[in-house]
Design a protein around this ligand. Structure first.
Ligand SMILES: CC(C)(COP(=O)(O)OP(=O)(O)OC[C@H]1O[C@@H](n2cnc3c(N)ncnc32)[C@H](O)[C@@H]1OP(=O)(O)O)[C@@H](O)C(=O)NCCC(=O)NCCS
Length: 185
């Protein structure tokens, strides 16, 4: 499966993307705020492609202007695959993009297309997103995509980082999405 926007191609991760993944995922400004440790080597990145990023509905974010090289990742965790207690017709969106690409609206652009895919193609009813306390950039990206604050979960144990976090959860319902879409037409 491949998704396309004005500037982006979203396509499945391949093991041959390991070098490009490592180039961005080794930066400590990217993973820890999203809940995962910086990658430690190209081989570490390769393992993560194999074990994590190869999941269904997880896409490498590539820029049409820069060829087929991934610069970020976006994914939809469906139902029980999410850490949130979701029903069958619900999904959680997660994403990141390499630091040199921050601030160009690329993740909102990718999120809008994944949202369309989730509601139209996969026929989901609710989409959820979350950000850890203090992640203002992700909070802003979610707001730009029409997600609104739903609730806060304090004191979430986060074994991958060995700490305890407060997570703010946002939601976009299919009804809200349809209403926003018709308002923009
Ligand atoms: C959160 C993230 C995915 C946003 O992606 P993006 O494509 O840069 O999104 P946007 O361009 O819409 O920027 C979102 C906000 O980030 C802030 N921002 C952008 N570039 C920035 C920079 N270089 N330095 C500091 N803040 C910046 C701005 O407030 C911006 O909002 P604005 O466009 O209204 O000014 C990206 O910052 C990232 O990968 N962060 C680290 C991983 C992460 O937090 N993942 C999400 C976990 S919930």
């Amino acid at each position: 499966m491949q998704l396309e926007t004005g500037r982006l191609i979203l396509r499945p991760w391949r093991e041959s993307d390991a070098e490009s993944l490592y180039a961005y995922a080794k930066d400590p400004q990217v993973g820890p705020i999203a809940g995962w440790p910086p990658h430690t080597s190209v081989e570490d990145s390769r393992q993560i492609i194999r074990n994590v990023l190869s999941a269904a509905e997880t896409y490498a974010v590539t820029l049409k202007s820069e060829g087929d090289r991934p610069v970020g990742s976006i994914g939809l965790m469906l139902g029980g695959a999410s850490n949130l207690p979701l029903g069958e017709k619900e999904g959680e969106i997660g994403y990141w993009i390499g630091v040199p690409y921050w601030g160009r609206g690329l993740i909102p652009e990718a999120t809008e297309e994944l949202t369309r895919h989730a509601f139209e193609d996969l026929e989901l009813e609710n989409l959820w997103c979350g950000y850890f306390d203090g992640n203002e950039k992700s909070k802003r990206a979610q707001a730009k995509c029409g997600f609104t604050y739903h609730h806060t979960v304090p004191d979430v144990p986060w074994p991958l980082m060995g700490d305890i976090r407060t997570e703010h959860i946002t939601r976009l319902t299919k009804g809200q999405w349809l209403a926003q879409r018709s308002a923009h037409q």
